[in-house]
Design a protein. Sequence first.
Length: 842
Amino acid sequence: MKKTNLLLLLLMNAGMLTHVAAEETDVPLSGPAYEMADAAYKSYAKGDYAKAAEQAKEAARLRPDVARLKQLQAQAEAAQKNKQQAAAAAKAVPKAAAPASNPAYLAADKGYKAYDKKDYATAISHAQNAVRLAPSNAAYWTLLINSQLAAQRFNDADQSVTEALQRFGPRSAFAHERVVVNQNLAGAAGAQIYQALEQQDYAKAVDAAQRAVKYAPERRVYRLLLVQSLLGANRLDEASQALEPLLQQGNDPVALTWRAYVRQRLGQRQMATADFAQALSMRGSMSTEDMVNLRLIIADAGLQAGDPDAALQVLESLDGNAAVAARKRSAAELRLWQASQQNIASTQTMPPPALRCRGAANAEVCGLVPGSAPLDPAYASADAAYKALASNDYPQALSNTRAALQKSPGNPAYQLLLVNILSRDKQLEAAEREATLAINNGNRDPEMLAQRGRVREALGKKELAEQDYKDVLQLGTASVPLQINMLSLLHERKEASRRYHAAEEAGVFDGMPKVEQAYVATSAGESARAFTLFDQADREGSLPPAAIPDTAYAALSARRDPDASKYFRRTVDAVDKGDIALTPQQLFETRRAIADIERTWGATASLNYRGASLQPGSGITPGGTNNSAQIGGEVYWRPFGYRSGRPIEIYASLFESVYNKSNAVTGAPTAQGGIGIRWKPFSETNFIMALQRQIKIGSASGDGDWVARLAYSNSFGTDLRVDQPGWWTGQIFGEVGRYIDNKQTYSVFEGQLGRTYRLDNINPKLTVTPHVALGSDFNSSLRLPADKTAIGMGPGVSMRYWFREDHYKAPQSYVDFSLQYRFKLSGDDRAEGVVFRTTLAY
């Protein structure tokens, strides 16, 4: 008895510091990030889906690396969407034509009207009456189900769908209603699980988890919560059975650890040790915190089994942690007792490891922490901080976070929370200062270092940011995904790719959700692999709506234009359905991407006055001192499509002079045509190479010649914006050309900087841009050196009207009028005077 009591005290000595470990890794229920998610679940349970989605969104913005929060947000948004869909569906159901005296018709008509008024209880009553009077009318059943969903009477909707499927068959339209109802039932059950676990009502938690798994068997988190609930209820055999589907899906450190725990509880220590060892081998799929917690759990299991050597061995690589030190002391004392007396093992039941869900690379992952962690004394302050953050009350959030840190000093989760709040409040200097203080006081968590690096990069401290990224890599404790992300930020794409492939070959990503793998591949610059994984997840039904835009960009980077267009269009559809939320500008940019990708031809027509404003690519060299105007156009074709921003274009052009100050020949005699091919070799750099054959058409035009051209352009703010009425605009264009036969060289350059304003009072597609322009041209054929070059600068204004758009595509055409007056800076007099340009781009 004395030996047992002593060992129990040793275990308690270690267990009391489990809370310290939790502080150094996470707060209860995954720390602050999860507490915000928990608040969202509570709102969900009350049926306040909009508030739940807002709370989950705030948590995800605070910790964008935690994918589970995005999943939680998606779940809340899905519930809100289902409610909205129900309303839309009810309104969309055709009201069956029937005589006004038909009782069923009259009841349904009252139901529709009540639904439109959001009087769902009345709508349900009338719909039930209509179904009773005309049970073969599918429209009445749909009205009933959607009214029950809108009223959040999910169980009633479940029963109605079941009856409708029995009557109309499994392949009827009610199969979709079954999916919608199941999603709502699973979400409601999920909220009940968390509430029951917080109240330690494990029987209720088991019941809710079983229902959640029944309605959403594809959601891994519900299966994990079922296991946790069964373990809490001490139903070991059922927990073991519930683990089997998780283990069959591949290597899963959480499932393996739990199975090891169950086996040890059942006296199968050797098998438990094997499971623990296998879980430890999956380091690449776990965060640093999860790996530390796993070692603590294994150490607890060793101490509980009376095996101090196993505990010390698993803790050997850990130091500087109070929880680790406590367990090492317990193991050392246990060794002393075993050396002088018989081997002893504790009769105290080891508490089950507790589930903590977080994430990496935007996908749902969960880890375990040692069981029986006492309630964090800073919980109330942290919870208040998150509530203030949800309301964008940054001063109150900061006050509560500092209070939490006073109660739990050194808690890395709260330290990171403080840094993130300061960053959100645009207090970047303070965020950097707090991060540095935490790091100097011993917080060497790779996530903190990485976050400080991001803050420093936002402050323009590139060298310091890069040093933080390098320090994360040098720590040796960062997970493989975080290592790859740091290498990507350091622009070391080759090393990121190498580590990615090495990890993939070693099986580090085995069992990791495909969406999470896709984001890791994206960080590594493996666009083709990323798209393949995204696409596989989509085919398997596990691609969350929020990942659809990322899938589109991955396809574009992988040079899969048709797939990119498909997923961009699905992004627009998802926004329409309410599956994802994009800002108006983000949606516009998505539509712009569709328009660019799907363009296969185009045409331009222009009228230009003065030499330095010659149409780029016209093939007409800048003239001499005589000012002139040209008119012309071009048609181009992309035989191979967009090619992910590297198109090859075949074009034909025709230009002629319509005015010449020196009374030189103008009109048809000056007409000159051209055919050519041009290539943009880089997707992210607007550098163009072209080869053109000039064709003599007019009698006064030049002889046919070959022209080789190189052009570069760059711009910002030149596209239409829908998120603000005014924005800065800048652009530069430069072209160098060489007439091969005539041995003549020319160049043109123009740069503009101005402010664009949208004229909403007239038309939201109409803009005006006051600007300052700098233009120059060069012609080697002119005799006098002073005539060869002309450089001018001056003010200008341009007006542009955008048109030709549809639901999926942003405006694809525009007409632009530009008027400038330039003052000569150098060279020929043609640099000074009025410059006018009219362009139609179709």
